[in-house]
Design a protein around this ligand. Sequence first.
Ligand code: 5GP
Ligand code: MN
Length: 348
Amino acid sequence: MEAFDRRDIETLYRHIGEAETITVTVHTHPDGDAIGSGTAMVSYLASVGKDAVLVFPDAYPSTLEFLVTGDMEKRIIVAENSKEAAEKRIRSSDMIICLDFNSFSRAGDLEECLADAQGEKILIDHHIGPDRECFSLCFSETETSSTAELLYSILMELPGICHDAGKLPPETATALMTGMTTDTNNFANSVFPSTLAMASALLDAGVDRDLILDRIFNGYNESRIRLMGYLLDRCLRITDDGVAYMILGRKTIMKFGIQEGDTEGFVNIPLSVRNVRMSIFLKQDKDRFRVSIRSKKGTSANLCAKEFFNGGGHELASGGKLMIPDDVRNITEAAAYIERVTHIFLNR
Ligand code: 5GP
Ligand code: MN
């Protein structure tokens, strides 16, 4: 990761000092990094006396509820359930900090409100291609494991923390470790020397990593593992081009009683097969299939997501969507679409 421009850190510190009301927000369907970096930022801001609130565009998975308890609980607004309160909060904030997304379009129904808001807008993110013109200050860095790691490096620079992880509020330290752990898939991907240095400093500062691992990896519903077996047995296809894909339709979601977050990590499993270069997972959701793409080095999940799945993300881990009925009408068409476009993508 590049060293920060001193002036950017000074500007951020000045903005925090001047702002009374600060709202932090993250992307739709928040994952561990979005929730981890979001709650870390809010707990830090609260510790320095700010009126800080975290607005989620929609629901967060139950395995990450442990980050949103205690004092944090009263600082959370879920826009899907309380749209008016969320928008009012964003509009009346002196400062808006956007974490773990690169464009307002990734904030779902909050897009317009964020674009129109008058407060100072700050981006802290690790995705490719940020919309820089929408923010007065951008911390955008792709050579880092996670937004949590990027935020950790920023917090370390601030007066009051001064490169001592022991000075972070304990909730902030736990949330940062959680975000980094989930985005690296427990140190399997995107691990840089700075990632391990951060993990080491946070452990030294007293973070209980065993507890975090237990919450995020051993806290799922039984239905998740039953669905996993069903999908791998019945639905996984591997094409001659080395593309593995699974499509989870509405009926199966209902049959297994699947909740938000229950399919986390499914897309990674087929990458364990030797000749698989890319894995695609589709999950049906109201008017669309949500798309997750993972690839092995040498194949760009990001380019494939951008060109064929209305999305993007990181080089080896991206996402997107296929709209129903404009892009595809049903599972059969979605399967045919995946086979056709990945054949084009991998043979040119
Ligand atoms: P996941 O597959 O875990 O949902 O997402 C993988 C990565 O792709 C994440 O970094 C996420 O932010 C990004 N991503 C997921 N969905 C979309 C999307 O619809 N558009 C864009 N641009 N990125 C996405
Ligand atoms: Mn992330």
